[in-house]
Each structure stands twice: as structure tokens, then as C-alpha cells.
Ligand binder design. Structure first.
Ligand code: GLA
Length: 677
């Protein structure tokens, strides 16, 4: 743990509050309902720029003063946003060069949100100004709990301002044009650059982009947006405000930030997390988003800045989220380190682009199952308030398993010039995490080349490009007795995306003890069968073991009899290589076997499949969260106290279908979790 853990006095409960959409009589009702529900935090001002600064340099903060005083009088804390995600029409009218330009040269208009170019000097100046004004006015207000800079950084632009900034960044990275030309392999297709001015962002072009240029553009943009964040946080600190500053990352569908470097600069990492399925896999998705964000927080507490209380956007529709699920999922985030349960948004808008998005107060009003669940959640978070305090070392889990995560892995596989368009980094990582989740194993994420002490198993899904430090850390991990599992298309290239020749995976050939002569990616509807009956999709390849022994072979098809899964033992360490995307059951079995070999047990052995059990470490105790995602009750017995009922659990307590239990564990407690009756 390298950061000071973020420890509020209780779980933050509430969400985005946009009172400017409503007449003042509704504000009074809002406060009354917030109090009824136990809401203690409101995020305000996220999209308020046009009302706060109706014309350049003229501020109208009176209404915001009133909102903050109302909240404060209602004992509701404020997370104050800087509104820079949505510049007002006067701004973009005055500064059309600050509107974003698509890669094909189309300049966008205002009329939505996020219509800005982060590299435009006028935008940067205006952002600093509004941050300065807000910080001066509210920076030491007693209701203020945190700053929420901007909203979901991630708007790309390909304009000339961007081109100029990209060149400066490239000069910083490469120093000389020669080095850039080498890194970008510009000998191909006559792309050699003779001057920095000839370099442009990867704008729409005739055919495929230069892949290294494309990934550099993503690296650059993440850095540039971080600079913009830094400028605002500098203004806030300069005004003397001392509360934590953060910005909200977005998961999972797009990924425009390199979260490790960003997180190092946030007082507390925070994330917006929306389920992408109405099905049971949503539960695994909650765990995935939480484990990632906790890991960006160095294994410690983090903030869930937004989720949806009552809707799931999926398949082109907005599906109703079961209120019991909303409560259970909220506890799922908390169990994995969230210090908050905050939602978008408090009251459903009556109109506007997101009128149909879920809310804590739906269109139906407070007389609704959704609002009753909001009240239940407020009361549960109150009952479990002691859980908010982390242990002295700041680490909230005992995980000995790490998964490598890096945005560059994602970006590298987004290039459309690879052997397959169907190999998705996000799918590869999620399928590994999902299998660990089904196995009930605790998992952290860690960055390539990062500190692996404390981990006994390391899982590396499809990390195409590795630099020297990353390769070295894998070698050292295995030499020290670690158990490494590598999925295909890992370690193929160096950090410039240059393939290391001589057989794949060139960066790791010795470590994995094999050589892949050719790749055989699969069509979307194609699968391969292995000799244990399991199946693989997306990928296959011709593996030729060297020091590795074969665990599984392909059966049938072009690769009939060829190795599919191999392992090499190095001292006390092992390296397992998986050459296809194994199905969920096979991946789960593999992870269970590797974990057992490393002496790692699930949080609770032999629990029913539909019951999730999570342990969150606390200041004086550990806490067991039991989430029953099924339609049958479960039964939990062990030494501890049910924090909601206030009763001991030694003789066993039921957990209703769709229900939950949060237990303060006695020291060294072990648990029986069974399907009831
Ligand atoms: C994001 C934004 C919110 C809102 C929600 C809707 O997370 O931050 O303003 O648009 O999505 O899901």
C-alpha cells in the first residue's frame, strides 16, 4: 500500500443530484426523501457550466449556494464537480476551434455533451477558470467532502491543436525523428518522416493505420487528459481546498485512460460502473469492476461514483433492474472495497437525453419498489458502517492471485491489422476473472512490471506487447517459485509492437518452454475440442513444446493431436501456457488446480454455485459478505455477528433468495455455506 487509504466516517450513499432541472419546490421534497432514505452524499454541478457561467467571465453561483446550503442544512455532504465535461454553447460559439474534430475532419457541434477538444488552449483556459472560481467559493465549505473533476475523461479529437500536442509528446518519447521512424517501422508503405510537422494524429486514411502510431496516439491522449486533470486539481489546491480530489473512470465498454498512472495522481480512484447484461453474469461483472478499481487504489479503498439503481442498458433497450439486485450489487462493490454506493442519478429527469435512465427516485416517485430498496440500502449501509475502516496496512483482501491489466494491452488489440479482429483484450481478461469468480478465488489486478511480492499466482491474458521490465518481472516471479499462467498472443512483441521473431511468443519463448510456429485464429462461429472434452474459441495455434510438457491436446480438426495446454516447471515455480480461449468450466478447473498447487483456497470451500462469498479486511475485524444471487435460500453458519440483525451466526442463519448477509467475523472463523433445506 503506497497511498493513504481513503477512509470517510461512513459509507457515502447518494448520487448525482441535478436540482437545476427542477423547480425549487422539488428541492425541498428531494431533501426530505434523501433524509428518509439515509442519503448522506450528493454529487452536484457535473453538467452545470452553462448555468454557473452564463457568459464568459460572468458567474451566477447564487443557485448553487442555495443548493449547497439546503444540502448542508439537511446534513448531506457535497461532492462538487467541475463542469468541464460539457462546455456551454456560448463557449463553443466563441471558440469553434475548441469543438472536437473526428478523424475524418468533421467538426462536431454543441448540442450534446463532451463537445470539447482537450488540447484547445481556450478550453484549457476556460476549464482552469471555472475550477478556480468554484474552488475559491466552495473550497472550504463545511459540506464539501470531495472534488469530482470533470466527468469521465475520454473525448478524442483529431484537430490541429491535437496534432501539435501529439508532436510535442512524440518528441518527448522518442527524442529524435530517427528513433520515431524506427519505432513506427516507417520503412513500410513509404511512411518515413523527415520533419515533426509531417506527423499527424491517426486521421482517416486510405487503408490501415500504422499500428504503433495508433497506440502512441492512445498513450498520448491519456497523458494529455491527465495534464488537463492536473491543471484543474492544481487550481483547487491553490485555492486552499484540502478535501480529496478525484475524477470518475468509466468501465467497461471503452477505455481511453491508462488507469495506473492516473490513479497515482488521484486522492482516491473512483469509477462509474454499469452492468452490461441483465443475466447472472452481471454479478461477475460487479466483481470485475470492483477488483480492478481496488487494485488501481493499491489494494485499498476506492469510490463507486456512479451505478444505476433501476436500469440496465443492454441490447438496445433499458431493462428494469430488480431492486433486490440493486441492493445486492451495491453490497458487492462495498465487499470489494468501495467506500460508497453512489448512483446516476438521484431523480429521474422528466426530459432530456437520459430521461429513461434509472434513478433512485424513478418517474413513479417514492411510492415504488425502487425507492423502497434505496431506503433499505441506506439502512444497511448504516448498520455496516464499521466496515468502512481498513486495516493498518490498507489492504482489503488477502488475495495471493494477481491478473495483469494494462490499458496498452487493450489498445494494442484494437488495431485492425492483427491476425484476428475477434481477439478482444477486455473479453480475454474478463473471461479469466470470471472463471476465478466462479471458483470463489480472491483476485487482484496488477500492472506489468509491477510489484509481485505477496502473489503466488499470476494470470496473464493476451498481453501482446511487453517491455524489458515486464519480461524480467515474469522471469523473476517464476524463479522465486511463482505460478504463472499465460494466454495466447502474450509477449509477441516489444513495446513498439515489433514482433520478436524466431517463433512466438518471442519475448517469453524460454520462460514458457515452447515455440509457436504459426497462429490459427478461429472464425466467430468456430470452436476447437480438447482431449478432455473442453472447448476453445477465438484462437488456436501450432505449439511445439521445448522444455514444456503437454497437459491437453487438440482433438480433431487441423491441429488434431497437437498440444493445447502445456506446463513447464522451473524450481518451485511453474508456467502454464493456454493456446486457446478455453470455455468457462475448463478455465475454472485450470485456475482451481493452479491455485491449489500454490496453496491458495477459495474464501469458503464447497459453497453453492449461486452464493457469492467475499471477505473484506477491516480495522479490527474481517467481514464476510454473503450474496445470494439465486432463487433458492442459502444457509450460513460460523462464529460472528450479523451486522444487520445484530445477532450471532454460530447456529446458522438463512440468507433469502436474492438476499445478503454481512457478518463481523470472529478471529480465524471458518464458515459453512450451504443450500438451505
Ligand atoms: C455516465 C455519466 C453520467 C450518465 C451515465 C448514464 O456514467 O457519467 O452522466 O450519462 O453514464 O449511464
Amino acid at each position: 500500500m503506497t497511498r493513504t487509504p481513503f477512509v470517510p466516517d461512513r459509507f457515502w450513499f447518494g448520487g448525482d443530484y441535478n436540482p437545476e432541472q427542477w423547480p425549487r419546490e422539488v428541492w425541498a421534497q428531494d431533501i426530505e426523501l434523501m433524509q428518509r432514505a439515509g442519503v448522506n452524499t450528493a454529487t452536484i454541478g457535473v453538467f452545470s457550466w452553462a448555468l454557473l457561467e452564463p457568459e464568459e467571465g460572468r458567474y451566477d453561483l447564487g443557485w448553487l449556494d442555495d443548493v449547497i446550503e439546503l444540502l448542508h442544512a439537511g446534513r448531506i455532504g457535497v461532492v462538487l464537480a467541475t463542469p468541464t465535461a460539457s462546455p456551454p454553447p456560448w463557449f463553443t460559439t466563441a471558440h469553434p476551434d475548441a469543438l472536437p474534430v473526428l478523424d475524418d475532419g468533421t467538426r462536431l457541434w454543441h448540442g450534446s455533451r463532451d463537445t470539447y477538444c482537450v488540447c484547445a488552449p481556450a478550453y484549457r483556459e476556460a476549464s482552469r477558470s471555472i475550477a478556480r472560481v468554484l474552488a475559491a467559493r466552495y473550497g472550504d465549505h463545511p459540506a464539501l467532502r470531495a472534488w469530482h473533476v470533470h466527468n469521465e475523461y475520454g473525448t478524442y479529437c483529431w484537430c490541429d491543436h491535437v496534432a501539435a500536442a501529439f508532436r510535442v509528446w512524440l518528441e518527448g518519447r522518442y527524442g529524435t525523428l530517427d528513433a520515431l521512424n524506427r519505432a513506427w517501422w516507417t520503412t513500410f508503405w513509404s511512411q518515413h518522416y523527415e520533419s515533426w510537422e509531417q506527423i499527424v494524429p491517426p486521421r482517416a486514411t486510405q487503408y490501415l493505420h500504422n499500428p504503433t502510431q495508433a497506440v502512441d496516439f492512445r498513450r498520448f491522449f491519456s497523458d494529455e487528459m491527465l495534464d488537463a486533470y492536473r491543471e484543474q486539481s492544481t487550481e483547487i489546491r491553490a485555492a486552499g481546498s484540502s478535501v480529496p480530489i478525484t475524477t470518475n473512470f468509466m468501465l467497461p465498454s471503452w477505455n481511453h485512460l491508462e488507469q495506473w498512472s492516473w490513479s497515482a495522481e488521484l486522492d482516491v480512484p473512483s469509477v462509474d460502473h454499469y452492468l452490461d447484461t441483465t443475466g447472472p453474469d452481471g454479478e461477475a461483472h460487479v466483481a470485475y469492476g470492483s477488483d480492478l478499481t481496488r487494485s488501481w487504489a493499491d489494494g485499498g479503498p476506492w469510490l463507486l461514483m456512479e451505478q444505476s439503481m433501476s436500469s440496465i442498458s443492454t441490447d438496445g433497450r433499458i431493462a428494469f433492474k430488480d431492486p433486490a439486485r440493486a441492493v445486492r450489487n451495491s453490497l458487492g462493490y462495498v465487499a470489494r472495497g468501495a467506500q460508497s454506493s453512489l448512483f446516476f442519478q438521484w431523480r429521474a429527469s422528466a426530459a432530456g437525453s437520459e430521461a429513461w435512465h434509472g434513478a433512485m427516485v424513478p418517474h413513479a416517485g417514492a411510492d415504488s419498489a425502487t425507492f423502497r430498496a434505496v431506503c433499505e440500502l441506506g439502512s444497511v449501509l448504516d448498520s455496516i458502517a464499521e466496515v468502512v475502516r481498513p486495516p493498518a496496512d490498507g489492504r482489503l483482501t488477502n488475495s495471493a492471485i494477481a491478473v495483469w491489466w494494462h490499458a496498452e494491452g487493450w489498445w494494442a488489440l484494437e488495431n485492425r491489422s492483427l491476425p484476428s479482429d475477434h481477439l478482444s483484450y477486455s473479453d480475454a481478461v474478463r473471461s479469466v476473472h470470471r472463471a476465478a469468480w466462479h471458483a470463489g478465488l480472491e483476485v487482484d489486478f496488477t500492472r506489468p512490471g509491477g510489484d509481485l511480492s505477496g502473489y503466488r499466482v499470476l494470470l496473464v491474458p493476451s498481453m501482446f506487447a511487453l517491455d524489458d521490465a515486464a519480461v524480467r518481472s515474469l522471469e523473476e516471479f517464476v524463479a522465486a517459485g511463482g505460478h504463472l499462467v499465460v494466454w495466447p498472443f502474450t509477449g509477441i512483441a516489444d513495446e513498439h509492437l515489433h514482433v520478436v521473431t524466431g517463433g512466438y511468443p518471442g519475448r517469453l519463448r524460454d520462460l514458457v518452454g515452447l515455440r509457436v510456429e504459426h497462429l490459427a485464429p478461429l472464425a466467430p462461429d468456430e470452436s476447437v475440442t480438447l482431449d478432455d472434452g473442453s472447448t476453445g474459441t477465438v484462437w488456436s495455434e501450432l505449439v511445439q513444446p521445448d522444455t514444456a510438457t503437454v497437459l491437453r491436446r487438440y482433438r480433431g480438426g487441423d491441429l488434431d493431436g497437437c498440444p493445447a495446454v502445456t506446463r513447464v516447471t522451473r524450481g518451485a515455480g511453474t508456467v502454464t501456457y493456454v493456446s486457446t480461449h478455453l470455455d468457462l468450466a475448463a478455465t475454472q478447473t485450470l485456475l482451481e488446480e493452479v491455485a491449489a498447487g500454490a496453496g491458495i483456497e477459495p474464501v469458503v470451500a464447497d459453497r453453492p454455485e449461486h452464493v457469492e462469498v467475499i471477505r473484506r479486511r477491516g480495522a479490527e475485524h474481517d467481514y464476510l459478505f454473503v450474496l445470494n444471487h439465486g432463487d433458492r435460500p442459502a444457509h450460513v453458519a460460523g462464529p460472528g455477528v450479523d451486522l444487520v440483525a445484530g445477532a450471532r451466526t454460530d447456529d446458522g442463519v438463512p440468507v433469502a433468495a436474492g438476499g445478503y448477509l454481512v457478518v463481523r467475523e470472529d478471529e480465524g472463523a471458518t464458515w459453512d455455506v450451504t443450500a438451505a433445506g
